[in-house]
Design a protein around this ligand. Structure first.
Ligand code: AMP
Length: 286
């Protein structure tokens, strides 16, 4: 596995790969790998001739009061895991390699960032879009692979790629979970044992919301109210940032459940702000 810091060198390799007719896949990450990251790499390994993983804790997507400085990092372990996952190139630039002096250009899709994490983390998706656009321009991949855990991010990146006619196919992959249902996240290391014991209820509440919809409930506000109550009762240490039912493509709230609806939640548990979501299928078993 090659480890590359310099964007120009990374671009040269990727350009040669693509011109050479290889199918290539990029997995953008912020590192501190868990099985969710590894599942994306596995998909890439199975579907492309060459796999690139970027490891970049992107300062532009963190707010001033957020955890950029303390975000977990372990380059040595990540290198080992990427190597074991069959990654060909690990691209690990420094912030100054990505954002040169006088960097002034941003990419944004504000219409999809008005709700959910876009509302609670102003500027977050501008930082995400900008760095993903940069990474896609460097890697020129056939596929770029993202996790459904970050559902709004996936929707925004898909829209950006479509709007900007980027040549990469954006691939979304299912959320990998702990045995009790908690979505894997690098931020789970922040949880104390008391918080960890409550964290699985985030997914459990969403699962109950899905069942409620399958039984015939079609009003988004009923689902949201019940989910909020469930969290209040079962995650006493948590502070609910949002629970919201949205259209899975536009990421905007809907009133009546329809195919493609998504229930999304963000809950802060101590130092960790955890997000999760579930697809709702109206009246499936009802
Ligand atoms: P991150 O390093 O947290 O920025 O995540 C890098 C990529 O991995 C993003 O596309 C995430 O959506 C994806 N990802 C994070 N956690 C999971 C998970 N539990 N299952 C699947 N994909 C994930």
């Amino acid at each position: 596995m090659e480890i590359i810091e310099d964007p120009k060198e990374f671009q040269r390799i990727c350009f040669a790969d693509r011109c050479g007719g290889l199918a290539t896949a990029l997995v953008p990450t912020m590192g501190f790998f868990h099985d969710g990251h590894l599942a994306l790499m596995e998909w890439a390994r199975e579907n492309a001739n060459k796999v690139y993983v970027s490891l970049f804790v992107n300062p532009a997507q963190f707010g001033p009061a957020e955890d950029f400085e303390s975000y977990p990092r372990d380059m040595e372990r990540d290198t080992l895991l990427a190597e074991m996952a069959g990654v060909d190139v690990l691209f690990a630039p420094r912030p100054e390699d990505i954002y040169g002096p006088g960097h002034a250009t941003v990419v944004d899709a504000p219409a999809l960032a008005e709700y959910l994490c876009g509302a609670s983390r102003p500027g977050h998706f501008k930082g995400v879009c900008t760095v993903v656009a940069i990474l896609l321009n460097l890697a020129l991949p056939t596929y770029a692979v993202f996790g459904e855990k970050d559902r709004q991010q996936l929707a925004i990146v898909k829209r950006m790629a479509r709007d900007l006619h980027l040549p990469a196919e954006i691939v979304g992959r299912p959320t990998v979970r702990e045995a009790d249902g908690l979505a894997m996240s690098s931020r789970n290391v922040y949880l104390t044992s008391v918080e960890r014991a409550q964290a699985w209820h985030i997914q459990e509440g969403l699962r109950r919301a899905r069942e409620q919809v399958e039984r015939g409930e079609d009003k988004a506000d009923e689902i949201e109210r019940d989910l909020m109550n469930y969290y209040r009762d079962n995650i006493p240490e948590g502070v609910v940032d949002y629970v919201q039912v949205v259209d899975g493509e536009t990421m905007r709230p809907i009133k009546k459940i329809k195919p493609g609806a998504v229930a999304a939640a963000a809950v802060s548990l101590g130092k960790a702000r955890l997000i999760d979501n579930i697809t709702l299928t109206p009246g499936k078993s009802g």
